[in-house]
Design a protein around this ligand. Structure first.
Ligand SMILES: *Cc1c(COP(=O)(O)O)cnc(C)c1O
Length: 435
């Protein structure tokens, strides 16, 4: 016999998914010693997830902000099915195809006016990795050695090395910090600290050779949906531009309508040189990411010498099936129904906020577009016991929300019904009463 299965993998017939999961799987962001159980989900439709026993859960965070047009969206399925029968995969170095060409055209239509070129990769981290490498090589190709990146304190840009270096959540970066690229940090700006932030920025610029500034525009997702105002970000961006620093907007979370506009950068006067996006790009169907840039960035790589080209590739770059999912998603984003849903969710959140903002257990609340967050006035460890109790309470009640420390936030699919949204609000109110 050529193939002999290992005995310890056999006889799973009488085991539940939960039991089988534990045999060979290693989950992300999980301390398996303390949290051995994962919840098996067997299907999803619209804003709902279903487990093995048929119990349903409202997906209050659109499965990490991806499935914005609803899970297993029929329109996207129909487009992806056609593409799957036509062309599945082709090397994107030296070949091209219509789904990628069409997607570049559609993206350029909705991106800020200064964006001209589209570069493909696979996920949010690599989209930022590409952005950082583009910025470093931009200066290199122009004969300047600039090696420092500026980033916000407590930002999050992903888990690959460049993206991780730029991320500020150091508790989890401990084992790797010795290997990071050079990153200097500034606080996120507000009306009180903006002068101080600019002072720090000038000092970093004077004392380092700064290549790029990478930032999450207006909302820092992993930093518990921390929000800040466009006008202050604009002052930082202007200072960067005046000093030849390439600006990289990480729109991996904020992109495609979450903030009430197509991109968070639409609120900011100064447009970034580079934009990274992923998450909602393919509506939760398949992994894909895009890094867009201006003509100026692109032209710095044009030369008779091959060495000045951008030598970065991923095997699945511009996978045609992923492109077809993204094209269908962008079509859905722009239709009247979706735009009305976004407005409906925005005002529902505002009404909910009015009923909850003075609650004795609530410290502060904030909202931009369909992103709503509240801070409890108790301290909770990011992955502590109490946080899991709250998480489990939501799950028992059939709502999937993922508290970040003492922050509870909603980022539901645009297709969520009024009834489902009301249920999320009520379960949050329940939790407040049990605290
Ligand atoms: C999720 C996220 C990333 C990382 O994306 P992955 O696809 O998980 O690698 C980067 N930046 C922001 C703002 C994100 O929300």
């Amino acid at each position: 016999m050529l193939f002999q299965p290992r005995l310890k993998s056999q006889n799973t017939t009488n085991m539940t998914l939960k039991e089988r999961d534990k045999k060979h799987l290693w989950h992300p962001l999980t301390q398996h010693k303390v949290h051995p159980e994962a919840l098996p989900i067997v299907k999803a439709k619209g804003a709902l997830l279903y487990d093995e026993d048929g119990k349903e859960y409202i997906d209050g965070i659109a499965s990490w902000y991806t499935a914005m047009y609803g899970h297993c969206n029929d329109y996207i399925i129909s487009k992806v099915r056609v593409q799957m029968q036509q062309l599945d995969q082709i090397v994107f170095a030296g070949f091209t195809h219509e789904p990628a060409i069409k997607l570049s055209e559609e993206l350029i239509k909705i991106l800020p006016d200064n964006q001209e070129k589209i570069f493909f990769s696979d996920n949010g981290s690599t989209a930022n990795e590409v952005g950082i490498k583009m910025a470093l090589q931009y200066h290199f190709n122009n004969g300047e050695k600039r090696n420092t990146i500026i980033a916000f304190e407590d930002g999050f840009h992903g888990d690959t090395f460049g993206a991780m270096s730029a991320s500020g959540l150091s508790v989890y970066n401990g084992p790797f910090e010795d290997f990071f690229i050079d990153v200097k940090r500034i606080p996120t700006p507000n009306s009180k600290n903006i002068e101080e932030v600019l002072k720090q920025l000038y000092s970093i610029i004077e004392n380092n050779k700064v290549a790029a500034f990478i930032y999450e525009p207006l909302v820092q997702g992993a930093n518990a949906m921390h929000m800040f105002e466009a006008q202050f970000l604009d002052q930082i961006l202007k200072t960067c531009k005046e000093n030849g620093i390439i600006t990289i907007a990480d729109e991996v979370m904020t992109g495609f309508g979450k903030t009430g506009r197509n991109f968070a950068s639409d609120y900011v006067e100064t447009k970034p040189d580079i934009i990274s996006m992923s998450k909602a790009l393919t509506a939760g169907f398949v992994p894909m990411a895009v890094t867009s840039c201006t003509q100026k960035i692109y032209e710095a790589f044009l030369d008779d010498s091959v060495g000045k080209a951008f030598f970065h590739a991923h095997t699945y770059s511009a996978n045609p099936i992923a492109c077809s999912a993204a094209l269908a998603a962008i079509e859905l984003l722009q239709n009247e129904e979706t735009q009305q849903s976004i407005q409906r969710i925005i005002s529902a959140h505002q009404d909910f906020n009015n009923t909850i903002k003075n609650h004795s257990k609530v410290k502060t609340t904030r909202q931009i577009g369909i992103i709503y967050a509240l801070d409890l006035n108790i301290e909770l460890d990011r992955y502590g016991k109490k946080r899991y109790e709250i998480f489990n309470h939501f799950i028992n009640e059939g709502v999937f929300l993922r508290p970040l420390g003492n922050t509870i936030y909603i980022q539901a699919p645009y297709v969520i019904t009024e009834k489902q949204l009301t249920k999320i609000y009520n379960v949050i109110l329940d939790v407040l009463d049990t605290l």
